[in-house]
Design a protein around this ligand. Structure first.
Ligand code: PMP
Length: 430
């Protein structure tokens, strides 16, 4: 028997840059509902898996059954042969997207979805210039990482695309911090116009997360993207909404994050991934037909749209719509934000509690200062883990924002249980 710890074996054979949480990383062995267990039998309330993989609930019987049934019949490629579950999920996603006459292409990750969206937009516009937001994250392929604004996650400054970064994603520090929503919106629109004035007018697309995920759950003022859209339309520039974290009702008030900017109408392209397969790897791009069909060479994807992942997606989507998990995100997320704000009022280490639905960020600072405190975020993560709660962290280069994104079926009792653990950890934060 190999007695070396799994962590040591991981370190010996996997890349150093593959991020792991905790001084002693956890091996998860099973889950149920909003809970997961580790290899030592410890049980945790999962306040982060919702955004990573598990949109609805761990080991959701409806999804498990759909996967098992499909796997026991056939797992083939959706390339070259017709794939009924893929057509059915595409029909539902196209209809839900709000994009008229939409076409859907399935991938296996959010990265690949954004990569495809970028390829479509640049091919459609015959330009390799992209507008992206400061502090953004769009994935780890060469093009997706190249346009990502948060350079803490971007190991290379080489990129096949030329990127111009605009303001609007985050304003908590710097010259825009003191502005009202209306002033901030005007300033960002002016910044966008200024940026476009410095180009030759042939930018392909703006890609943006409606709420920045890895960047620390920051939302721009409602309507910002509607104002951006007016400017983009003047130049024929496409809008790609990266809904990898914000899609499917997570933000509570809206099914898609772009709907907080409703006057903008639907985006030209929308990308999705993460939890729609409740753990099975599904990503995808939805686009206007003329944009999707601008490619004129054949293409294939061996695993994109695989029947077994599509079966999971169909079962998961039906479950979340039938159980109104968007409404649950709004209600339970609203209570949780309120509760965390009440705690924050008594804990000087907390600078801000923000978010929408079940996508909540808690920003930490060094006591008595306005400096980001990554050490407090790490300490809170560790003490929550000790007390049986898993949370995430993120935010800019210094990861001082706690990220809370449980499965969308979170109950009020579980929200209270998690908030109580967080309260204890925050009160002890350095
Ligand atoms: N876009 C956003 C907004 C994301 O948060 C992520 C993942 N954190 C991605 C794209 C990339 O998705 P994946 O990890 O599935 O490639």
């Amino acid at each position: 028997m190999n007695t070396t710890s799994l962590h040591a074996r991981h370190r010996a054979v996997l890349p150093d840059w593959l991020a792991l949480y905790y001084a002693e990383p956890i091996e998860l062995t099973h889950g149920e509902g909003r809970h997961v267990w580790d290899a030592e039998g410890r049980k945790y309330l999962d306040f982060f898996g919702g955004i990573l993989t598990t949109m609805t609930a761990h080991a959701l019987p409806e999804v498990t059954k759909a996967v098992a049934e499909q796997a026991s019949r056939i797992i083939h490629s959706s390339t070259l042969y017709l794939d009924r579950p893929m057509v059915e999920l595409a029909e539902r996603v196209a209809q839900l997207s709000g994009i008229p006459d939409a076409r859907v292409f399935f991938t296996t990750s959010g990265t690949e979805a954004n990569d495809t969206a970028l390829m479509l937009a640049t091919a459609y516009r015959r330009s390799n210039q992209i507008l992206a937001m400061r502090n953004s994250y769009h994935g780890r392929s060469f093009s997706a990482i190249g346009i990502t604004g948060n350079k803490g996650w971007s190991p290379t400054s080489l990129s096949p695309l030329q990127t111009l970064y605009v303001h609007g994603g985050v304003r908590s520090r710097g010259p825009y911090a003191a502005l009202s929503d209306a002033e901030f919106t005007d300033a960002c629109v002016a910044d966008l116009r200024d940026m476009l004035g410095q180009t030759r007018g042939d930018v392909a697309a703006l890609i943006a997360e409606p709420v920045q995920g890895v960047g620390g759950f920051t939302s721009p003022p409602d309507g910002l993207y509607a104002r951006f859209r007016e400017v983009l339309r003047e130049h024929g520039i496409l809008w790609i909404s990266d809904e990898v974290q914000t899609g499917w009702g997570r933000t509570g008030d809206h099914f898609w994050g772009w709907q907080a900017h409703d006057q903008a109408g639907p985006p030209d392209l929308l990308t999705f991934a993460k939890g729609i397969g409740n753990g099975m790897s599904i990503g995808g791009v939805v686009a206007r037909a003329d944009v999707m069909n601008c490619l004129d060479a054949n293409s294939i994807s061996t695993f994109g749209g695989s029947p077994v992942t599509m079966a999971a997606g169909l079962a998961n989507l039906s479950y979340l719509l039938e159980h109104d998990l968007q409404g649950n995100a709004r209600r339970v997320g609203g209570l949780l934000i309120e509760r965390l704000r009440a705690i924050a009022a008594q804990v000087p280490a907390v600078r801000d509690v923000r978010g929408r639905g079940l996508m909540i960020g808690v920003e930490l600072v060094r006591p008595g200062t306005d400096e980001a405190s990554p050490e407090a975020a790490t300490a809170v993560l560790e003490s929550c883990r000790e007390a049986g709660l898993l949370i995430g962290k993120g935010g800019g280069h210094n990861t001082s924002v706690l990220r809370i994104a449980p499965p969308l079926s979170l109950t009020v009792a579980e929200a209270e249980e998690g908030a109580a653990i967080l309260e204890g950890a925050l009160r002890e934060a350095p």
